[in-house]
Design a protein around this ligand. Sequence first.
Ligand SMILES: [Zn+2]
Length: 499
Amino acid sequence: MTTTLPAYDEVVARYEPVIGLETHVELGTNTKMFCGCPTDFGGAPNTRVCPVCLGLPGSLPVANRVAVEATIRIGLALNCSIAEWCRFARKNYYYPDMPKNYQISQYDEPLCVDGYLDVEVDGEPVRISIERVHMEEDTGKTLHVGGATGRIHGATESLVDYNRAGIPLVEIVTKPIPGAGAMAPEVARAYVTELRDVLRSLGVSDVRMEEGSLRCDVNTSLNLPGEQWGTRTETKNVNSLRSVERAVRSEMIRQASVLEGGGRITQETRHFHEDTGDTTSGRSKETATDYRYFPEPDLVPVAPDPTWVAELKAALPELPRLHRRRLQQEWGLSDLDMQSILNAGAVELIEATIAAGATPTAARKWWLGELSRRANEAGVELADIGATPEQVAELQGLVDAGKLTDKLARTVLEHVVAGEGSPAKIMADRNLEVVSDTGALTAAVDEAIAANPAIADKVRGGKVAAAGALVGAVMKTTRGQADAKTVRELILERLGVQG
Ligand SMILES: [Zn+2]
């Protein structure tokens, strides 16, 4: 490909994007959606299966009440109406990792409809309309072996593991989101971030994107101002928050490039590539009619008692937006400060660091400073940087106790991020503790004074600022392991000068 892609600024100057997001959430229930098989991750292949989730003839599914309850709670948290009566539907298609040759899902009668989620983008509120929240079951997993890439291309054999088949999934679908303009990638990311936080606060899923328990498909189209919405593509299984943003951006640029060249956008699914940040064509997209949906005859309708729904609504936890507002007050932060914490994805990390004993100021300093910088450099989410809130709190404790200077603490943190263990252990292993032995420090100070008599005379003569050079000399002999303030005081004391 040698085509030169247009710059993002040119794309948004000419076209208006419309985005939409479909998010699949694996619920954290103990058992599967329609049978009693366990759902925990990591069992030997095909050991967590039974006649129901293998789709054997004569087996009958029964809906998991905990999963229905979790879906209703998600719907309520997203301000949806909860259907008083709805049904499951069969979505018919053939795929080797789907043993029944149909997936039990919901079609025209979803459990939750017409909600919204308020998110903030650059400090501005944006309301994302939710079309539906429905229940379905996950498929198994196919493993292609023998090829270089793990993809089917070049593989010599394919293995199927049905352990995941039948795990409860909730699909959350937004209405199309027009009008975001140049901010469309940020809006997409803000929505998935907020949704993840809501789901986590409900305790319905572990929402780990990298492990696939939260999976996002991103719809993108472009149109000229005043014209009809364009043909959309669906970028599948984007598995990090950062990738959501990148996927929208790169797809907008690609589509603009096609349109500028006089081409047409094909309705299709596309794959996002983490390494290059672009998308490639998948399969042409089926329309709903291709799936021959019909009501699932083996399951009774779901008719949640309105009293039960009202109880679930009353028992919802404090949702993230309100929670953040409360934290902002407790931490005494401005809107701008809180926004920078939010942008960095650091709210929970800072909260946990404070819970582990750090002050709000110290917790914020480490996560937004040194750790954010490292996360940016490494291109990873802050939460995946490799330091835990407990370790950060411990590190600050060592600084407060005078065992580490700020500079030494940064060095220790570097080794924490590298996975070398707790700050105290690293400090001991690498001999990074502050030189607080006054005897050793005094010796170093005297040495520096003796080696720099001219400077020492200046200081004695009242030029206190000249002491900086002596401090530097002491820091050098102690390999930066002395506290500069203490060293300075000691120098002035030895030279008989008042600081
Ligand atoms: Zn089963």
